[in-house]
Design a protein around this ligand. Structure first.
Ligand code: ADP
Length: 234
């Protein structure tokens, strides 16, 4: 694994992502769509960075690339000095699980599992024993203010509570970077505010990236990367 030591959580250099032969914005098929065009950014430790732009501007593409869920057509992404494209796919999966936590608009919790079991899922992959998993997941749920809801399934939790479980799950492996795609999109203002309080708190010793359309959500970040038609506007 090619690891250089860098204290910057995320460095994205001239990243382009094209999709070949897909339908473009005007509905013409067979053209190459440039979802992201030579985008560069750096995200510092302890910061919350917003990613803004209209629908189709490349926000999800950027987030997926930063999370190592997708690979750039050109350019490079480094997480703490490790260039993701220099890892084999097996190394990438292991790296992603230990360094990156994901939070989604629709929570993506497993409905048959309780809150504590959902939070423990990434710890199974990390090879922890059952009792260690339960203990860590319990602590994380306490930290996100869900102490009394450990054994509830997602169906009996409110949207805000489900998003807290999802944040606790994203933190399970103590990742250096947390990436949230429209984390308040399904929540009312007050609940969204609480979720943003939590995302801001957890940024103290990591980097948090939040893609959003919502002005209030973006106002809670330290800095905003603005995208339009796959290019960085500011
Ligand atoms: P946003 O998240 O800002 O709405 P996206 O990153 O989802 O934007 O999309 C950016 C552009 O890339 C859009 O034109 C979209 O249609 C295109 N795109 C995204 N994913 C794919 C894909 N898997 N195949 C083809 N085109 C895609």
């Amino acid at each position: 694994m090619a690891t250089q030591h860098s204290s910057t959580p995320v460095v994205c250099s001239d990243v382009t992502r094209q999709y070949a032969g897909s339908t473009d914005r005007l509905g013409t098929s067979g053209t190459t769509v440039t979802a992201l065009d030579s985008v560069s950014c750096e995200i510092a430790q302890g910061s919350v960075v917003g990613v803004a732009g209209p629908s189709g501007s490349g926000k999800s593409t950027l987030l997926h690339l930063l999370a190592g869920l997708d690979t750039p057509t050109a350019g490079e992404i480094q997480i703490y000095g490790t260039a993701l494209d220099e890892l084999s796919s097996r190394e990438q999966t292991a790296f992603r699980r230990s360094h990156i936590g994901m939070v989604f608009q629709r929570f993506h919790l497993l409905p048959a599992l309780t809150a504590v079991e959902n939070v423990a899922v990434p710890l199974v992959q990390a090879g922890m024993s059952r009792s260690e998993r339960r203990s860590r997941a319990t602590k994380l749920l306490d930290a996100v203010g869900l102490g009394a809801r450990h054994d509830h399934r997602p169906g009996s939790l409110s949207g805000g509570e489900q998003q807290r479980v999802a944040i606790a799950r994203a933190l399970a492996a103590d990742p250096a970077v947390v990436i949230a795609d429209e984390p308040t999109g399904e929540l009312d203002h007050e609940t969204g505010e609480q979720v943003l309080d939590l995302l801001t708190d957890i940024a103290a010793d990591r980097a948090v990236v939040i893609a959003s359309h919502d002005e209030y959500t973006l106002s809670r970040t330290d800095r905003v990367i603005k995208l339009r038609d796959g290019r960085r506007k500011s």
